[in-house]
Structures are given as C-alpha cells and as structure tokens.
Design a protein around this ligand. Structure first.
Ligand SMILES: Cc1cc2nc3c(=O)[nH]c(=O)nc-3n(C[C@H](O)[C@H](O)[C@H](O)COP(=O)(O)OP(=O)(O)OC[C@H]3O[C@@H](n4cnc5c(N)ncnc54)[C@H](O)[C@@H]3O)c2cc1C
Length: 230
C-alpha cells in the first residue's frame, strides 16, 4: 500500500500532529511536535484510538476513545483445527491462528472504560477469571489449553454507537473524519479509503453513499448502533 501510494505521488512524513490551524471555517495547516508546519487543502483524521484527541485540537467533540483489548494465543490440542471464527454472545471470540488459536473478550459497557493511551500491558487476569470459563463452557474442547503469548491493543471505540464516523465536519468542510471503527477498521479500510478519496477528488461519494455515517449524527446525538461489535 505504502509503495503504491508513493508511486502515485504520495509523500510520507513522520511526526506527531500537535496543533491544527484553521481560518475562516477551513483547516489550513498542521503543526508537528517538532515544530514543522505543513499546509494542507484537506486534512483527514485517521488517528485511530487517538481520533478524539486529534479532533479536540480543533475544539471538535468526537466521541472516540481508546479501549484496551487483550488477545491471548493458546495451544488447545483437543480443539478442531478447521473451526471458523466463533463470536459468542457472552463477549468472547476464538479462531484458529497458525498452529494454535487466538481468543479475546470484550467486557459489557458498564465494565469497560477509556484506556490510558500508553497502557499496552496485557490484562492477564481476565483470562483465568472470565474468558477461559466462558470459552470452555461454549466449546468443551478448550478445557485443555495453554496460553503461550498475549498482547494488548486499543480499539478505536465510538462511545455513542460503536459505528464509523466518515466524511466532512459540517463546520470545517475540509476536515474529514475516518474514525470510530470500534475494533473493525481493518475490514472497513478499503471501502473507507475509497470513500474519503472520492470526497476529496470529486466532492461527493461515487461508489457507495456513506452519508449515513456522517458527523451530523454525532452532533445531533442520534446513534446509528452497530450491535455486532466483538
Ligand atoms: C485487539 C484488536 C483486535 C482487532 N481485530 C480486528 C479484526 O479482527 N478486524 C478488523 O477489521 N479490525 C480489528 N481491529 C481494529 C483495527 O485494528 C482498527 O479499527 C484499525 O486499525 C483502525 O485503522 P486506522 O487506520 O483508522 O487507525 P490505526 O491503525 O490505529 O492508525 C492510527 C495512526 O494514527 C497515528 N496517530 C495518532 N495520533 C496522531 C497524531 N496526533 N499525529 C500523527 N499521527 C497520529 C497513530 O500513531 C497510528 O499510526 C482490532 C483492534 C484490536 C486492538
């Protein structure tokens, strides 16, 4: 992707956006933490779990925050190698990965909360206390297993409705959102990338009308719930 973008003329610049300049209802430049200033005709907020903090640099209220999720890698010799991804209503999921399986757990809303952006320490406690009992109850072949590795990441969690926020800010039309995928952004990436490119190049959606995901519903507090977040 990176080399394709480069061949098409994109220039990659590494740095942290620390401030955003706007004038007369338009974004005009970003300031990087090292002091560099980069002018822009459009600015796309693609900051993942940090999207809410990036929008706040412009005084915009975007209800996207980091939510920590731990993924456990397990050996389970009795479990079926050819099983599909299984997502259980209890909040657990499991699927084959390499020579073993990966599994995780999303807590109910009342037990969840914003993560410290610097905290990537796996939450080992949930495996013994919550995940394994639920997993073994659903699929007894996972009663015998061994955790071989664990890692943690942050969901780009839309607190309002767990759904994507895509398109221009109504008050800053050259500031575009591509945020809030709430743990499903890899699957959405090709469609969202194309949609945002169409908005920039053509000023309108061409392939798929994604206006239902616009920021307007956020400003109005009108949720468009995604109920199948795992
Ligand atoms: C444990 C886990 C499992 C997941 N499983 C799946 C899955 O099975 N399927 C799926 O579709 N999705 C999954 N996801 C979600 C998916 O990873 C995200 O939705 C997706 O990565 C979002 O892509 P993005 O490009 O919007 O943001 P990111 O990939 O998070 O990228 C954001 C980028 O912005 C940069 N950034 C942030 N702030 C600034 C700033 N101020 N200045 C400059 N740069 C900045 C960050 O450094 C980062 O490089 C999972 C996530 C986790 C944590």
């Amino acid at each position: 992707l990176r080399s394709g973008a480069g061949q098409a003329g994109a220039e990659m610049i590494s740095g942290e956006v620390a401030a955003i300049e706007d004038r007369s209802g338009h974004v005009i430049a970003v300031r990087l933490a090292d002091g560099r200033r980069i002018g822009c005709r459009f600015l796309v907020n693609a900051a993942g779990p940090a999207a809410g903090r990036l929008a706040a640099l412009l005084g915009r209220d975007l209800p996207v925050e980091p939510r920590k999720r731990t993924v456990f890698v397990v050996d389970a010799p009795d479990a079926p190698r050819d099983m599909p991804l299984v997502a259980d209503p209890s909040g657990i999921w499991v699927r084959p990965e390499g020579s073993g399986f990966i599994t995780g757990y999303s807590p109910p809303e009342h037990d969840d909360g914003a993560a410290d952006p610097a905290d990537f320490e796996p939450d080992h406690g949930i495996f013994e206390d919550i995940l394994w009992p639920l997993l073994a109850a659903r699929i007894p072949a996972f009663e015998r297993l061994k955790v071989t590795y664990a890692w943690a990441g942050h969901y780009d969690y839309n607190v309002l409705d767990q759904n994507a926020v895509i398109g221009p800010d109504p008050d800053l039309p050259n500031f575009l959102y591509a945020n809030g995928f709430s743990g499903h952004g890899l699957q959405h990436a090709p469609g969202v990338g194309r949609a945002v490119a169409e908005l920039i190049v053509h000023g309108a959606y061409r392939s798929l009308d994604l206006s239902a995901f616009g920021y307007e519903r956020i400003a109005a507090g009108r949720p468009l719930f995604e109920r199948n977040v795992i």
